[in-house]
Design a protein around this ligand. Sequence first.
Ligand SMILES: Cc1cc2nc3c(=O)[nH]c(=O)nc-3n(C[C@H](O)[C@H](O)[C@H](O)COP(=O)(O)O)c2cc1C
Length: 361
Amino acid sequence: MEKIRLLALSGSLREASFNTSALTALSLLAPDSIEISIFPLHDMPLFNPDKEDESSPLVKDLKAMLASADGLIIASPEYAHGVSGVIKNALDWLVSGHEFVDKPIMLINTSPRASHAQASLREILTTMSGKLIDSAHVSIPLLGAQLDVQGITKDSGIAGALKAGLGKFCQAIRGEEESSTTTALMIIDMQKGMSWPQAGIRNNPNAEQDMAELLAHCRQQNQPVIHVRHHSTEPDSLFWPEQEGVEPQSAFLPLKGEKVVVKSVPDAFAHSDLEVWLRKQSIDRLLVVGVSTNNSVESTVRSAGNLGFNTFVVANACFAFEKEDFDGQHRSAQEVHAMSLANLDGEYATVIKQEEALSLF
Ligand SMILES: Cc1cc2nc3c(=O)[nH]c(=O)nc-3n(C[C@H](O)[C@H](O)[C@H](O)COP(=O)(O)O)c2cc1C
C-alpha cells in the first residue's frame, strides 16, 4: 500500500497549545504507512492580495506541501466565538490557488464546547472547495484533560479517538467505502485470576492497554460491548466462582446495559444465549479480544465463524500462556499465540492489528 502523506495545520501559536499537541500526538500515533507533517505558521506574513504574485517562501512552501499532500488535517482553537486569526490567515493565502480544491480535510476539535469556531471553519473550508470528511472528525476534551503530547498518546480514550479518526480519513482518501455496520467488542475472560502469576508465563504484555483503548473507543462510538466470563466447575481453579480470581479486572468492568455472558466451557456460544442475543441486536461484526488466544478466544471465534458472524480477532489485544506440546516440547507463549491465530485467520475469522480494529467502529 502506498504511503499516505498528510499536511497538518494548528491554529494556535501557543507553546503549550492543545491543538498543536493533538497534531503532534497524532503524528506519533500514526502507523508507518501514514506520514503527517505539521507546517509551522508562526512566521506566515499577513495575507495581502496585492502580494499574492510575489508571495513569500513560506507561503510558497505551504502551497507546495498542500499540493503534494493526500489530505489536510486542521486543529484550531476558538477565540471569541470565531476561528483563530492564525488559521484564517493561512487559509486566506490558499483561497485563490488550485491546491485546495477537492482536498480531503479532517478536523480535530480539542474543546467540544467550542462549537462556533468549528461551524465557521467548516463554512470557510467548504467555500474554499475543500472536501470535509465528516466520518473522520474528532472531538476530544483536551482543554479539560490538561494532557501533554505524551499524555495524549497514552490516554486510551483520546489516543483511540485520534487513531480512529485518522483511520477513517485514510479510508476516505483511499476511496474505501464507509460502513454503517454495527460492530460489537467481545472481551473474553479478562478476570483477576488471569493476571496472577499462577496463570502462567504469557506474551503480549501490552494487551490490556490495547483492549482498554478499544473498549474506550467502542463506548465512545456507542457500539455494543460483550463481556465474557469464565466460571470454573473445579474448586481449585483460578476461576472457581467463590473467590477473587473469578472477578472481572477493574479496567474491564461492564457498564449498565452491556451484555455479560457467563460460561463454564471455553466456547462462549455453548449453552448460552449469545447467538440469539447477537442476532436480535442485528450485530454484523464481532471484534474479539482477551485471553487465552488458544483456548477461550480460539474456541469462541471458531463458533462465531461457523455460525456465520463476520469475526475479527485483534492479534495484539489477545494473549496466551506457554505450554508443552503433545510431544513434550516446550512452546513459548508467543508460539502458542501465533499458532492459534494462524488456525483462525482466513478460516473462521480475520486476524487484524490495533489500527485496523479502531477503524472498524
Ligand atoms: C483570547 C481568547 C479567547 C477565547 N475564546 C473562547 C471562546 O469563545 N470559546 C471557547 O470555547 N474557548 C475560548 N477560548 C479558550 C481557548 O479555546 C482555549 O484556551 C484553547 O485551549 C486554545 O487553544 P490552544 O490550547 O491550542 O492554544 C479563548 C481563549 C483565548 C486566549
